[in-house]
Ligand binder design. Sequence first.
Ligand code: TYD
Ligand code: MG
Length: 459
Amino acid sequence: MKKEYCCQSCEYVSRKWLGQCPACDAWNTLQEQSVSKKISSHYTSLDQQHFTKIADVKAQNIVRFHTHHSELNRVLGGGIVPGSVVLLGGDPGIGKSTLLLDVLIEFTKQHPSLYVTGEESLEQVALRANMMGKGSSQACVLSSTRMDHILTIVQKEKPRLIVIDSIQTMSSDEINASAGSVSQVRQVTAMLVGYAKQNQCSVLIVGHMTKDGQIAGPKVLEHMVDTVLYFEGDSNERYRIIRCAKNRFGPAHEIGVFAMTDAGIKSVSNPSRIFLHTSQPRSGSVIGVVWNGSRPLLVEMQALVTQSYADYAKRVAVGYDQTRLNLLIAILQKHANINLSSHDIYVNVVGGIKVNETAADLAVLSAIYSSYCHVSVSAKCAFFGEVGLTGEVRAVLNGQIRINELIKQGVDHIFMPEKNMPSENKKEYISVTSVLNLIKVMDFVMKDHKNIKLEYGEI
Ligand code: TYD
Ligand code: MG
């Protein structure tokens, strides 16, 4: 059998062994692998002999399986699609196995399913089911790491859902490389994708993460599957987020919010609530509303402006774009006529949320200004709108839906672009300040308005 050497970090292939990968400069990453032609053979069943006109293709309505986790259904685009392959990546201990076991146990009440564990013993899986109060479930578990063996059993039992925990522990006899290597991960995923498509069986795959936050294995792994989800958050914290990075059956960039409890993992029904502070208003903290996938989400924007004692003032953004932060600071200096060159500025989006839309500009600016002036802004005030270089506040998409969500969460004063002014009937419920100009907002924040408490008096 032909041999070649494949870089485990970038998939560069060399005929001979090298100490350093010429493509990505990583050391000692080239590993020997046998060249197998079988990888692509799993796709051959999809090959057609003739052209087909689009009009002749009968697009069937997808009947999804709705899991009992509303937040998981949301990130999947409505539920699990039959025959789809979903990859769930995340740090150890974040709750991947717990969530997928929970989904599988509920799925088993309607259709046969199989949980394949390559990491834990059957007792450990049963113990986890017990913790979730589902120890008497009829769900089937298989402890194996050999994909050829797993697929042979699966062909006989014909489950409608398979969970593979995890892809890095699985190996195929057709490849002469250790489990977790680039070629093995690619091979076993190809086998699973082939099986899923031919048998209309959904497969949920657990993937490990590398140190730099990528799913371990070749990048092609993410291209092979239909949906890629990232489980994020701190494993010591109660709340976790699943972020969709790719979805062939629904919108990407959707997020789902979960809470880890003593009795398993639960969907959070009102995520906007958990990211808001409930204590007394503090300077440097304002409420924004950002668009996430297909829904608005309230976020707490925090800023800290302090005197800098270094040669260069620091600008640090967590959960927010650094370049955008620099741009907003420049706008603030010019149009609010303040000098921030000797101030360190830190911006943080609370709760591990990542904000990358311009509609958050006004909230970020207001948080910075609030911290700079030591003025606290009421938690009943919210800000959204794009800020242009000339200091104007520009309209954003989905203004009406954002306003509805803010009203739902109890906000009673919104700073927003004039072009996003709501319809008349909404004005009864909420006092909307439209702003054409950044300075107007800043003046408002400075004034002793009913919603704004001054901590250190007028500045
Ligand atoms: P796990 O699903 O094993 O994480 P992963 O598969 O991503 O590595 O999650 C394990 C953590 O979850 C562990 O710290 C214990 C905790 N946990 C609970 O808090 N409640 C529960 O009901 C369960 C089953 C686990
Ligand atoms: Mg696990």
